[in-house]
Design a protein around this ligand. Structure first.
Ligand code: CTP
Length: 403
């Protein structure tokens, strides 16, 4: 109990039949110590009365920009700043579409636009509306914007149809918020750019120059950052397994070093931290053949040209409030090579792994690394799963953000 003590939560209600579940949600939140402010759309009042909601929340319900009786202004900006979290449930297709394009035509949509806190959204509607391409697109769009998706349950719908579209039960909704606040989201509000995986440089339409990188280390890092509340932009080369979608994870699939450079350069200016974990090809064929090279024709000579060193490029434009981390996979003279790379590319830290170490490097699920910092400090992290190593690395980066 009291797991939400001191938390200020806006419960946004839009006009769907599932609004009947919200008074119970508010009771759970209040019981856990939260201060709850209801902001509802006019249409929602047809499904649940403001009197019920103000009684359970202990606060007058807000729905318009000013109080019609005394003309008092309900400031959406103040509300947006006041809240530690906003949950919009039920969320109609209509309000979700407005949120996706930034329409601010009532107190709720305006408050969401001014909010600096996490916004949870629970779309609930009839089956066909839910599966409509526009609705699915809007769900994705909101995820990309960093909103936290609460998917509907499957079951009997008010229309008599069966399928996805049911709002989760009030206790489950309350638990989502409790879980969220119980983890220390020390990196919430931070944006992290990660590059991962190999790049493929085309020789002809069939063949390419590539490497053995699996992308696993970069993905583990993305998950470790998200756990702490950051929003991650993951730019990932061709990997052999499907990369799962996740809240707060924006995925960008690329193939060549040039494409990876383009995407990373575009995203870097709005990143607080960038970790370049990709094994970018250092060379690319100068003139990839337009059609498949046949062995009957002459023995092919492939002329290579260097690719852009993305990490070095970001190091040149890095601002003082940005943190830039690189990786170094070495086979010989490891520490010295890594130290040299750290300086040459203007990094804050470099993660060195040696192919000589058993269980480290490409294709395996484990790693063993040495972290080298720009103040020459070094930390060795012994052999462990890539997930555990990622947590250690993110732990060190977190310290740098604070200081
Ligand atoms: N990197 C990059 N763009 C490239 C090559 C490398 O962003 N074109 C990044 C990698 O993601 C990694 C770091 O640079 O974070 C080190 O890559 P590595 O290949 O070990 O170093 P290089 O600078 O290419 O030096 P060398 O291959 O000579 O060791």
């Amino acid at each position: 109990m009291n797991r939400l003590k001191g938390k200020k939560i806006i419960v946004g209600i839009t006009g769907g039949i599932a609004a009947y579940k919200i008074p119970l949600l508010i009771r759970y939140l209040v019981k856990e110590g939260a201060e709850v402010q209801v902001v509802m759309s006019d249409f929602a009042k047809a499904f649940v009365t403001p009197l019920t909601l103000s009684t359970v929340s202990g606060k007058p319900v807000l729905s318009s920009f000013f109080d019609e009786k005394n003309g008092e202004w309900n400031s959406h900006v103040d509300l947006g700043l006041w809240a530690d979290a906003i949950i919009v449930a039920p969320l109609t297709a209509n309000t979700m579409a407005k949120m996706a394009v930034g329409i601010a035509d009532n107190l709720l949509t305006t408050t969401i636009l001014s909010a600096r806190c996490p916004v949870f959204y629970a779309p609930t509607m009839d089956l066909d509306m839910f599966y409509h391409a526009v609705t699915q697109e809007n769900i994705k769009k909101l995820k990309k914007l960093g909103y936290i998706y609460i998917p509907p349950d499957e079951g009997d719908l008010a229309s008599g149809l069966k399928g996805a579209g049911r709002l989760k039960e009030p206790e489950e909704l309350a638990n989502i918020l409790i879980d969220f606040f119980s983890k220390k989201k020390t990196l919430s509000g931070k944006r992290v750019l990660i590059s991962a995986g190999p790049t493929y440089e085309p020789i002809d339409p069939v063949r390419f120059i590539g490497n053995r990188s699996s992308g696993k280390m970069g993905i583990a890092l993305a998950h470790a950052f998200i756990e702490l509340g950051a929003v991650v932009d993951l730019v990932i080369g061709p990997v052999a397994f499907p990369v799962k979608e996740k809240d707060n994870l924006n995925l960008y699939f690329v193939e060549t070093a040039a494409q990876m450079d383009l995407k990373c350069s575009e995203l870097f200016p709005k990143s607080d931290v960038a970790v370049m974990a990709a094994a970018v090809s250092d060379f690319t064929p100068k003139n990839p053949a337009k059609s498949k090279i046949k062995k009957e024709t002459s023995f092919p000579q492939i002329e290579l040209v260097p690719t852009v060193d993305i990490l070095a490029k970001l190091g040149k434009i890095k601002k003082s409030n940005q943190i830039l981390i690189g990786f170094a996979l070495e086979t010989d003279n490891e520490l010295n090579n890594a130290r040299h790379k750290l300086k040459r590319k203007n990094l804050d830290m470099i993660v060195m792994n040696s192919l000589k170490d058993f269980g480290a490097g490409f294709g395996v699920d484990t790693n063993k690394v040495t972290l080298i910092f720009k103040d020459n400090n070094e930390i060795e992290i012994p052999l462990n799963s890539k997930e555990m190593i990622a947590q250690e690395i993110v732990g060190e980066i977190k310290k740098m953000i604070k200081s």
